[in-house]
Design a protein around this ligand. Structure first.
Ligand SMILES: [Zn+2]
Length: 267
């Protein structure tokens, strides 16, 4: 594999966890001291108070922001893997396919895919455990904003892989090859189902999926050569943040996860 190559990856597109996940901070800083506060901060309304809350709800990237992102990428001859969660989970647990919930945003992604600017990756069907996804009164709901836990029945792993692959593949008109497990949680059964439904690359934390290793037919793409971020960074920091990220990686060729994966196969 080449040294001067990196994949850009953005996660959480169309994932309802961005509005349903609520948990308090573990520590707050007072001067130079860190005070543990998770019991207080997860108590009732405290997690909704700025300063005690680690993660605030945020919105989807808009159509005009996507246009800006694609213009920046095109200009720098860079590409991006976009991790899409295939359904939006409503408060009552109903699942809405991403292209029904966000038709205009989905359409512009499809166009960028056809233009060769992005790769679409599978970032789960729900990003959460359905029925456990709403904020809780006395504790963090963070762990429920992961999808492929060991304690979830394996048939559910299979169903979620199958339906997400079908929704994404059908809408985007291509085989989806890359899987980004939500919150870096998955097991070997998830891998087998992923392979069965067409996935070939798994991208996650390097310590959990060391780059170049093959597991259950999937090529692991850890984060050694991946610059992974979330839509949240774009929402909070604006498009300049992305421009800057490209600038500080100017010595590298910026590609997709799939393209990075192909360099392993060729080696
Ligand atoms: Zn995620």
């Amino acid at each position: 594999m080449q040294k001067n190559i990196a994949a850009f990856r953005i996660d959480d597109i169309f994932a309802a966890s961005k509005v349903n996940e609520a948990y308090g901070k573990d520590y707050i800083s007072l001067g130079s001291k860190s005070i543990p506060v998770s019991i207080i901060s997860n108590f009732l309304f405290m997690k909704y108070i700025p300063g005690f809350r680690k993660l605030s709800p945020y919105r989807e990237i808009s159509v005009s922001e996507w246009e800006g992102i694609f213009a920046i990428l095109k200009n720098k001859n860079a590409r991006l893997t976009v991790g899409v969660t295939a359904t939006w989970v409503e408060k009552d647990g109903a699942l809405i396919p991403f292209f029904e919930k966000f038709p205009r945003e989905a359409e512009i992604l499809r166009k960028a895919l056809r233009d060769g600017i992005i790769e679409i990756a599978n970032h789960g069907l729900t990003h959460c455990v359905i029925g456990k996804h709403l904020p809780r009164l006395f504790s963090s709901n963070r762990s429920y904003h992961r999808e492929f836990w060991d304690w979830i029945p394996m048939e559910v792993h299979r169903e979620h892989m199958k339906i997400s692959q079908e929704l994404l593949g059908k809408y985007f008109g291509c085989q989806i090859l890359t899987f980004i497990p939500p919150g870096n949680v998955w097991n070997s059964n998830t891998e087998k189902f992923a392979f069965e439904y067409g996935i070939r690359y798994l991208s996650g934390r390097e310590s959990l999926c060391p780059s170049g290793k093959i597991s259950n037919g999937l090529l692991y793409i850890g984060e050694a050569n991946v610059i992974a971020f979330h839509d949240r960074e774009i929402i909070l920091n604006g498009l300049h943040w992305l421009e800057n990220l490209i600038k500080i990686n100017a010595d590298k060729k910026i590609v997709t996860i799939k393209e990075l994966g192909e360099t392993f196969v060729d080696a």
